[in-house]
Ligand binder design. Structure first.
Ligand SMILES: Nc1ncnc2c1ncn2[C@@H]1O[C@H](COP(=O)(O)OP(=O)(O)OP(=O)(O)O)[C@@H](O)[C@H]1O
Length: 946
């Protein structure tokens, strides 16, 4: 086949390269030489004159015997005088170009000239010399180089291409190949075994050529002849890589230009001459245009000659043109034409390049091995068996389980760390004296009632320390509730509540006793006190008793919940009663200003006046220790008052000491004073002194009573808050327990369901709906959805595919949700690169499908679709608008069905077609569509690392 080397373009590296032993070949002008033919016999017989002279080996000049016009010399790369041998012409005008083919560069040598000027004579010699040199070169090469020579030959006779090695094949067609250029269809290419064989083949070509007799040449070539040697050189390198060069060497013997007047042709010869001249004219035009440097339209296609020689004329080849001329004066015009052609040809530039074929044999061998392995695997019954599939599936499920386990463990560790961090933070705040809590700690604050009034960690009592520990425990408890811990916590709260009520009761009883003993306050005050006392007692009765708690210890969790629920009313009742107590105490306080007056009227009559004292009350410690009690501050105020008293006022009060001890001392001193007053009764000084002391004692008594009333009021207020907190805390705990119970019930239901499975068709419908929703949420490929949806119709064998798909999608959806919720600092670019990549891929897929609408649906069908899917009749990108509506409503199964049907038509997918097999899903994340993954599935695959 004549044309550029028949090597696939993909395997050819069209790089400039150095020819072995030569300079780099880049742009290069055509080598143009002129060979003079001596006068032949006919010319001599006619006494024709020699019209041309060689000035030197590159210049020829017309002899101007008449000296009419100034002579214009012609200069070429070489001018060979008529005495020059063909060998010299070859050596200096063709060899260099011809041997380029040995290093992968296309080469063309052709003879151009007037008929009978010696073209065939010259080309025969050139080819002979080239063949000789080529084989010498091959023989001198090292064994690392292998050469293969192939021969093909054709002639263009009357614009018909004939295979000279297979003339019977008839006229051959020229074809345009995008990679190889013009090629001759069905042209035979014979491998030359050696130089002899090659010569033999060339002799066949010569014998087959059209030759005719004309007036100027007995054996005139009536056709253009092209003999092509394809030379393939393989170079084995130490790395095992093999480089191959492939080049063609064309020997072109053109038919001669001729004038009818000179050749005296007619009929057949005239027709031949006409074709010859026309093709030569095209050649001349091509050369002239190329020489002008203007790369406009080059009329290569105007003749078969120029089409076939296109790469040699300004293309990828080194070219040498030997222009043959006759020295005879009778042919001077034809010679001038030839020299003009030669002059143009000199200006034509070619771009010869090495045609290198790199074939990595090692790689090829590896690929062959891999193919063989895969073929073997495919043939293996094990791989296609269901056991293999099952093991593959179980392996992947195991991997998913492991990943889920890891995720759970990480979550647990994260929660634990957060809990510890929060505790640490709060502990630090407490140590710094701050009791401010962040909004996120609201629940914990409700539970941490015992901590709120701790102002200094240094003064923390064991109870306070315990409260901090409990607080941490409660936070853990909320994060991961445990029924037994919850129940314990409830009991603890109830116990604490009872302690508070009992403490309040004892304090109030003593308080009331003191009032009664000392007749403090008026009747109204006494009534109020009695009322408060009875209300507190009611509260105690209303609270849960120890037996219930003991019973609850043994009760089951649900019974405990019921009990707590039933307590709701009791708690509300308690709150109500506390309200009453609060009101009563307020009333008591408001009535107290009359106390001084009462004291003056009543107590002064008594011989023995005892100040109000709780010194003997065992419950006072409860009041003092009561959380949130302002008693400490009132105590300080009392101490301050006592300290500021004048030393000589007759009241011997020790400075410092506790309130209780102060009361004791005061009581003692007061008793003593009273006794003393009694013994000295009657003296004026004594009366005055007694009057002063009584007033002081009354004032002290009043202060103490006021202080105790205020303290008790504050205590009741605090108690009310505590009850409210307990109530809230219990509710929280009940919720926790209920949640646990609900989970337990749900699990039980699942277990029950597992024991009595639903019918497959029901389960299939449920799973399919879930899958459709998850496809939507995870932005899965529409093509995948369509194929999966249409292929899996609820057969029992679909079960495994459904389960795998559901499992994957569930995992993916959770993973994407976690990515979306996670901190960007923790995730880096992952969320953006994952979700957005899937969305982008889906968008591209929709665009792809939209483009196919025109080819897969007729205009009428499209209009129907637009109408049905409510696409406006006027607007841009209606096709995309339509496709954008597919698969967008996961709740509507009719919509899903119709979407799937349209997408299936767009991608030529048919459930009965060749490409419709459930195996296409392969139970892994590879894309189902021609193995050409969409970005979404690519991402999913990478994401799951399966
Ligand atoms: N340089 C030369 N020295 C001696 N004889 C030559 C030389 N060139 C050509 N001849 C002779 O001239 C004759 C014509 O030559 P040839 O057939 O090669 O011409 P041609 O250009 O091929 O003609 P055509 O175009 O008609 O085929 C032949 O007999 C050949 O031997």
């Amino acid at each position: 086949m004549v044309g550029p080397p028949a090597t696939p373009l993909s395997k050819i590296q069209m790089n400039l390269s150095s020819t072995p032993g030569r300079a780099k070949v880049r742009e290069e002008k055509i080598l143009v030489t002129v060979r003079m033919r001596p006068l032949n016999r006919k010319e001599q017989a006619m006494y024709d004159l020699i019209a041309w002279d060689c000035l030197d080996d590159s210049t020829i000049v017309f002899k101007n015997p008449n000296q009419e016009r100034p002579v214009i010399p012609y200069t070429f790369d070489k001018v060979f005088a008529d005495t020059c041998s063909t060998h010299k012409v070859y050596e200096e005008g063709a060899k260099d170009v011809a041997l380029s083919a040995l290093s992968g560069i296309n080469a063309t040598i052709f003879a151009y000239g007037q008929t009978g000027s010696g073209k065939t004579f010259t080309m025969r010699g050139i080819a002979e010399n080239a063949i000789k040199d080529i084989y010498e070169y091959i023989q001198n090469q090292t064994p690392e180089r292998d050469f293969i020579l192939r021969v093909s030959a054709l002639e263009i006779y009357n614009e018909t291409v004939i295979d000279l090695l297979n003339r019977e094949s008839g006229p051959l067609r020229l074809l345009d190949d995008p990679e190889k250029g013009t090629i001759v269809e069905k042209l035979i290419e014979e491998v030359a075994r050696d130089s002899q064989h090659l010569r033999h083949l060339m002799s066949i070509c010569e014998a087959q050529r059209q030759v005719g007799e004309t007036a100027l040449n007995d054996k005139s070539s009536r056709s253009h002849q092209i003999i092509r040697l394809s030379i393939e050189c393989s170079l084995r390198e130490t790395s095992g890589c093999v480089k191959s060069y492939l080049a063609s060497l064309n020997f072109v013997d053109l038919a001669g230009s001729e004038r009818v007047s000179q050749t005296n042709t007619c009929g057949k010869r005239l027709k031949e001459g006409s074709h010859i001249n026309r093709s030569l004219l095209t050649l001349t035009t091509v050369i002239r245009k190329l020489s002008g440097g203007k790369r406009g339209h080059i009329p290569y296609r105007d003749s078969k000659l120029t089409r076939i020689l296109q790469s040699s004329l300004g293309g990828n080849a080194r070219t040498a043109i030997i222009c043959t001329i006759s020295l005879a004066l009778s042919h001077v015009d034809q010679t001038r034409n030839t020299l003009a052609f030669a002059t143009s040809a000199k200006e034509v530039t070619n771009n010869a390049q090495v045609n290198m074929v790199v074939s990595d044999k090692a790689l090829v061998k590896d690929l062959q091995k891999e193919v063989a392995r895969l073929e073997e695997a495919l043939r293996s019954p094990e791989l296609s068996s269901s056991s293999c599939l099952r093991s593959l599936l179980s392996e992947k499920e195991l991997k998913i389980q492991q990943m889920e386990g890891v995720i759970e463990e990480l979550k647990r560790q994260r929660d634990l760390a957060l809990s510890q961090l929060e505790l640490e933070r709060k502990t630090n705040k407490i140590q710094k004296g701050s009791n401010q809590y962040g909004p996120s700690s609201q629940v914990v604050r409700c539970l941490s009632f015992s901590e709120e009034d701790k102002s200094d960690i240094c003064e923390r009592t064991p109870e306070q320390g315990e409260a901090i520990v409990r607080q941490a425990m409660l936070k853990k408890l909320i994060a991961s509730p445990n029924p037994s811990i919850l129940v314990d916590e409830i009991r603890h709260l109830e116990h604490r509540q009872r302690e508070l009520f009992e403490g309040a009761n004892r304090a109030l009883e003593d308080f009331h006793k003191d009032f009664a003993t000392h007749k403090l306050g008026n009747q109204e005050t006494a009534e109020t006190m009695g009322k408060v006392l009875s209300e507190i007692k009611d509260m105690l009765v209303g609270s849960s008793n120890p037996e219930e708690i003991v019973m609850a210890d043994k009760a089951k969790l649900m019974e405990e919940i019921s009990r707590l629920k039933s307590q709701q009313n009791k708690i509300a009742s308690l709150e109500k009663k506390l309200e009453n107590v609060q009101k009563s105490v307020d009333k008591l306080v408001s009535s107290f200003p009359n106390t001084e007056e009462t004291l003056n009227k009543t107590q002064l009559k008594r011989k023995k006046i005892l100040p109000f004292s709780l010194s003997n009350s065992p419950n006072m410690q409860h009041i003092i220790r009561a959380p949130c009690s302002p008693l400490s501050s009132s105590r300080r105020a009392m101490e301050h008052e006592i300290e500021n008293r004048a030393p000589g006022n007759g009241v011997a009060l020790p400075s410092g000491g506790t309130f209780t001890r102060l009361d004791k001392d005061t009581t003692l001193k007061d008793n003593e004073s009273c006794n003393s007053i009694s013994s000295r009764e009657g003296s004026p000084a004594t009366r005055q002194s007694k009057s002063v002391n009584v007033k002081k004692i009354q004032r002290m008594f009043k202060n103490a009573a006021e202080e105790n009333i205020r303290s008790f009021r504050a205590y009741v207020t605090e108690l009310k808050e505590l009850v409210a907190k307990l109530h809230y805390q219990k509710q929280l705990l009940v919720c926790q327990v209920l949640e646990l119970e609900a989970n337990k019930t749900a699990n039980d239901e699942v277990d029950t369901t597992a024991q009595s499975p639903k019918p497959w068709h029901v389960l299939f419908e449920e799973q399919r709906k879930q899958i459709v929703m998850l496809w939507h949420l995870c932005h899965i490929s529409l093509i995948h959805r369509t194929q999966f949806y249409l292929l899996l119709r609820g057969d029992p064998s679909d079960q495994i595919y459904m389960e795998v798909e559901l499992r994957r999608l569930t995992w993916l959806e959770q993973h994407l949700a976690e990515l979306g919720n996670a901190s960007p600092a923790l995730l880096g670019d992952e969320p953006a690169s994952s979700v957005s990549a899937s969305i982008k891929a889906l968008k591209q897929e929709r665009e792809y499908l939209a483009k196919r609408l025109n080819t897969k649906f007729t205009v009428e069908e499209r209009e129907l679709l637009y109408s049905k899917w409510e696409i406006p009749s006027v607007g841009k990108q209606r096709r995309l608008q339509l496709v954008n509506k597919f698969w967008t409503d996961p709740y509507n199964m009719q919509h899903i069905q119709e979407s799937a049907e349209i997408v299936a038509k767009l991608i030529d997918f048919s459930i009965s077609g060749e490409n419709a097999s459930k195996d296409m899903f392969e139970l892994n994340f590879a894309s189902p569509f021609d193995k050409k993954t969409w970005a979404g599935w690519n991402f999913i695959s990478n994401l799951l690392n399966l």
